[in-house]
Design a protein around this ligand. Structure first.
Ligand code: BTN
Length: 336
């Protein structure tokens, strides 16, 4: 499990508060004394937390008689860094846990859920040692990627659970487009692809009680700043990254904030049983790379071969097979 304590640990809370104070001072200084008084800890303890932050990549300048000043910060989804990029009305991402390394952010998010974490908690990591993909596959998760899981605690009708990942795929595509200028395609149900190579995968794990989904851990893995040659040879034909496609690193905090801000109201619509995917179907269709193509679809029960004809307002895919039969596919993997 995580190498650090969960999000409500005292050290995490104190470090977040220190970063908040440094950020609030903008270009000014915050004295060690002021931090120590406001946090109720000794100046030595303040200094230890500052050292820890510097080890994480925060550039903190100390000037005798003036205090500490923030000169730069790492591109990580630590709560204070993420929160300041989000609209205040966004319910997702106001709480966040970032760890340098974890087996799977989805697993850590479930642990946080069991310990009472709130709706919208974002769990992310610098790297994953056991990243989970769909259908029990593993997910290559080195440094440079955006590996995050969002804990959703809004009840959703089970019949509409599939919409969660479809909505997330539109949010991810929009966020990548807005922050990088690269507008990738969406392969049904929720792969984000560029020229046939995968840029992002989405894995939603749900806990349902009867007909209601009570909790979802929405895992999103974006191959953000991974150099092309960092992919193992067996993935090079099927995977790519934002960095490999654009030649530029993307600001992962901005990327995550953009996707959370887009996704938040859509999730609320779903929780209120209002139209959700239906409202975005045009955008999805314009971005999709699946419809109109001859495909093979591996469903949980069989392999279908035919033309991907349409997607309805709930995100169900319809395949017209060679015999003319039209089959509705609620979940599966599309293979070209
Ligand atoms: C897929 O197979 O396409 C889904 C991949 C999902 C990967 C992400 S990375 C963050 C989160 N944590 C995990 O262990 N998996 C998801």
């Amino acid at each position: 499990m995580a190498e650090t304590a969960p999000f409500w640990s005292e050290s995490e809370r104190v470090r977040n508060a220190i970063v908040d104070m440094l950020l609030a001072a903008e270009d000014g200084y915050v004295s060690g004394q002021a931090m120590s008084e406001s946090l109720g800890i000794t100046r030595t303890a303040v200094w230890k937390h500052l050292q820890h932050l510097m080890e994480l990549g925060f550039a903190i300048e100390a000037v005798h008689g003036q205090g500490y000043r923030l000169r730069g910060h790492p591109d990580i989804l630590m709560a204070p860094l993420l929160r300041r990029r989000l609209p205040s009305a966004c319910r997702l991402g106001q709480d966040a846990v970032w760890v340098p390394r974890v087996d799977s952010t989805n697993a850590l998010a479930w642990q946080c859920a069991r310990e009472g974490a709130p709706h919208g908690l974002v769990v992310s990591a610098g790297e994953q040692t056991g990243g989970r993909g769909r259908h029990g596959r593993s997910w290559f998760s080195p440094q440079g990627g955006l590996w995050m899981s969002v804990l959703l605690r809004r009840p959703i009708p089970l019949s509409r659970a599939a919409e969660v990942t479809l909505l997330a795929s539109v949010a991810v595509r929009r966020a990548i487009g807005e922050t990088t200028g690269l507008w990738p395609g969406i392969k049904w149900p929720n792969d984000i692809v560029h020229h046939g190579r995968k840029l992002c995968g989405i894995l939603a794990e749900i806990r349902a009680d009867g007909e209601v989904v009570e909790q979802v851990v929405l895992g999103i893995g974006i191959n953000a700043n991974i150099p092309a040659d960092a992919f193992p040879p067996e993935l090079r034909r099927t995977a790519t990254s934002v960095l490999a496609e654009t030649g530029t690193s993307v600001d992962r905090v901005a990327l995550a904030a953009a996707l959370l801000a887009a996704f938040d109201p859509w999730l609320e619509a779903l929780a209120d049983d209002r139209p959700a995917f239906a409202e975005l179907a045009e955008e999805w269709r314009a971005a999709n790379v699946t419809l109109g193509r001859w495909v093979r679809v591996a469903t949980p029960t069989r392999l279908l071969v035919g033309v991907a004809e349409r997607v309805d307002d709930r995100g169900v895919l319809y395949i017209r097979t060679e015999s003319g039969e039209v089959c509705a596919v609620h979940s599966g993997d599309v293979l070209f």
